[in-house]
Design a protein around this ligand. Sequence first.
Ligand code: GLU
Length: 489
Amino acid sequence: MSQPVRVRFAPSPTGHLHIGGARTAIYNWAFARRNGGAFVLRIDDTDPERSTAENTAAILRSLRWLGLDWDEGPEAGGPYGPYFQTARGPLYDEALARLQEASAVYPCFCSPEELAEKRDASRAAGGPAGYDRTCRSLEPAAAASRIASGEPHVWRIAVPESRGDVIFDDAIRGTVTFPADALDDFVVVRSDGTPTYNFATVVDDVSMEITHVVRGDDHLSNTPRQIVVFEALGQAVPTFAHLSMILGSDGKRLSKRHGATSVEAYRDEGILPEALVNYLALLGWSLDDKTTVFDAATLVDNFSFDRVSKNPAVFDPEKLAWLNGVYIRDLSPAEFAERVTPLLVDAGLLRAEDAATRRPWLESLAPLVAERVKRLTEVPPAVAFLFADDIEIDPSAAEKVLSVPGARAALETAAHELGAVEPYEAAAIESALRAVPERLGLKPKQVFQAVRVAISGSTVSPPLFESLELLGRERAVARLEAATRLAAE
Ligand code: GLU
């Protein structure tokens, strides 16, 4: 039987979860779910200056919001913990001890200044930039006494002389080759005893029994070094899958310059998590050659690295917004009400304690606005006029629509009709109002625009007859009467 799949997403909590990290997490998650494996969340918090608990909390929140549940990790626990690198010190010490015993590492006493000099000299002579292995030839006894005397030192891996080019099969990029001379005896443990990224990562991936390392290709150049550490530890090398970069529309690596990059910024802009997962999944992976809208279950059922592109993907906020609109239109009225309620509360349009009693009314809002918005955040301003007691009429709308001759008669007649129509429902309201223009010798558009401006304050609003119903008879009539006073004879 083959080994059960175990993948990990290992963010450094030096910032919030970004689009690129989220995509890496999605692919890891989908691969684990597809293969009945485990999705492990590990927090690479070894940079004490930049790692914060606040960032970790934000990353967990973002992953949860996206629906990416992890089987092991912070808050979930699991048999391979701890899942924070800062809590795994003893494991790195133990791994170092093993390498020391096997003479796979050696202490290096070269000072940073000496190293810089060597590097400059080598570069000037057109030589390699890596460490020149001075300390590799120290007598073990001499090295031990220097350590005992407290001399500062790092530990370097002794790359075997026989190690040729590092060649591995990347699940996305195919065969990748790094020439042997690009490998120097790199540092695995710093002079303060902390492990370097390349060392800690491998120790963790080994002890967590990770089978596939799925990550951004900014780590491709670290891979040969990590392979050397796996080998030094006498461990099998996992399968690597390096994802191509995400670019901004200008072809440069996606960054803050291109606008929002954090997952929570998109949440706050009114993007639905399922739309974001769908969109990010498409940034490098395809279901087939044509399908753009698919849910997470479909992603899981079909995910494989064969369909992940080697080419960088371009992040297009407009396409994301379009896709989000598709998802918004797809929400049931109940889901729509559920999701917009917090936004309406935040906008001060609805009191949280009224949300339950007004739920049926909120549900009836859905068909009115869902067709017209691409982001949930567009909903509160579009429906504010239905919540407010009083509205202000936009002066330019008043000028354009209410100052036209006949506007006053249109509003008065409409108010009269609305006062009498039974039942007070969109269909009956529509037939009552459709009779008005002819009676007054006005164009339908003129009457309906006047009514629209009167009830919403603006020339654009959700569908008129439904809006009138949702507004309720009393408020609708009052608004028409108020606008009458502004309208031309
Ligand atoms: N903490 C590393 C990062 O966030 C993890 C890289 C890896 O997956 O090995 O880039």
